[in-house]
Design a protein around this ligand. Structure first.
Ligand code: PMP
Length: 354
């Protein structure tokens, strides 16, 4: 082995869901929103001044930060923005998790957490969910270097009550607790009101799901000013200009269209509840979801078999190989038409199986 090879940082990367490029695919595998962004986003995009692309963007993305602080009723300096919540979460890991004690997160959760921990050399321990895949807050009351909880959790789709989140934050006041609220707009109880009381809390959100802007890569964190300042210091030690001019402009505009935002949320939630019933009729066991996806297993047919069969039919859902959940599928909520195509495909596959 060459000497330089010994010094390469070796990591096992996160594997995102497939992004098939052909248009005739039905994509229910990465929890994108099936509806387009709001009209104000179209307008903002069309009015872009291409000449100004010659200049660097505002390194503080001040306009976007201000907009979000206003929308969420926060003070100046309480919001940090990044290139999707993956960027924000990764930077939060780098900024806040520097203890020799392990950070804690559930054994079944967003599979990027262990990858960031590994790449930054942060020790971690996975805390098992209970037998019904719930997070038990009392399990987090032990010495640790920080805690990260997705609420609602992914891929299980189930959320904790605010009281339960508070229990985790209260019993961990010597470390930072990150609550990843990527899916909160679809029905969970947000931890935001707790920001007033707990200075160790960081709430992370994204535009990728509820605001139909996964392609624009916009995420943000909300916390007390010292936490946000610490994140900005680390970010500015790595890359000054993370947010493009376009992401800033579009991110601001999206917040102006509250009505379309709320309508789209209602549509997704309505389709989710109908889809749960349709899956149950077909022999699936489906968890109650507070997200824009369902986590389900079939009572007879192995998940991998269904995953492959659907993929053959150009319907993409998500299957995870890890032991506890290998018999489950995660199905993103698409439009009603897309879901009906899925149900018809399942009818045929289930008939073929028996
Ligand atoms: N957190 C959770 C729980 C997620 O499922 C995702 C989406 N893969 C993200 C964060 C990151 O989303 P984005 O980077 O698009 O904001």
């Amino acid at each position: 082995m060459n000497l330089w090879e010994q010094n390469i940082r070796k990591v096992v990367p996160y594997v995102p869901g497939e992004q098939p490029q052909q248009e005739d695919r039905i994509k229910l595998n990465t929890n994108e929103n099936p509806y387009p962004p709001s009209p104000s986003v179209y307008q903002a995009h069309q009015s872009a001044d291409v000449g100004s692309f010659a200049l660097y963007p505002d390194p503080s993305a001040g306009e976007l930060v201000k907009k979000l602080e206003g929308y969420y009723g926060l003070e100046d300096g309480q919001v940090f923005v990044g290139v999707g919540s993956d960027d924000v979460l990764s930077l939060a890991f780098l900024t806040f998790f520097n203890s020799e004690k392990p950070i804690l997160f559930p054994d079944v959760t967003y599979s990027f957490y262990p990858v960031w921990a590994d790449v930054y050399r942060i020790p971690y321990e996975c805390v098992p969910l209970d037998d019904s895949f719930h997070i038990c807050p009392e399990d987090y009351a032990r010495p640790n270097g920080g805690v990260v909880i997705a609420n609602p959790n992914a891929p299980t789709s189930m959320g904790l009550k605010r009281k339960e989140v508070e229990e985790i934050i209260r019993s961990n006041q010597d470390v930072i607790v990150i609550i990843d609220e990527a899916y909160i707009d679809f029905g969970g109880e947000t931890a935001l009101p707790l920001l007033k009381e707990y200075e160790n809390l960081l709430v992370v959100r994204t535009y990728s799901k509820s605001r139909s802007l996964a392609g624009m890569r916009i995420g943000f964190a909300m916390g007390n000013k010292r936490l946000i300042q610490a994140m900005n210091d680390v970010k500015e030690s790595i890359n000054s200009y993370t947010m493009s001019q376009e992401a800033i402009r579009v991110g601001v505009a999206a917040i102006d269209d509250e009505e379309v935002f709320q309508q789209n949320l209602k549509k997704v939630i309505r389709t989710r509840e109908r889809s749960k019933e349709e899956l149950e009729k077909r022999g699936f066991i489906v968890f109650d979801s507070q997200t824009n996806f369902l986590f389900a297993r079939h009572s007879q047919i192995p998940a991998e078999k269904l995953f492959d069969a659907l993929r053959e039919r150009r319907i993409y859902v998500r299957h995870f190989g890890s032991e506890r959940i290998h018999n489950y599928l995660r199905i993103t909520i698409g439009t009603d038409e897309q879901m009906d195509i899925l149900f018809r495909a399942l009818d045929e596959e289930i008939k073929n199986f028996y």
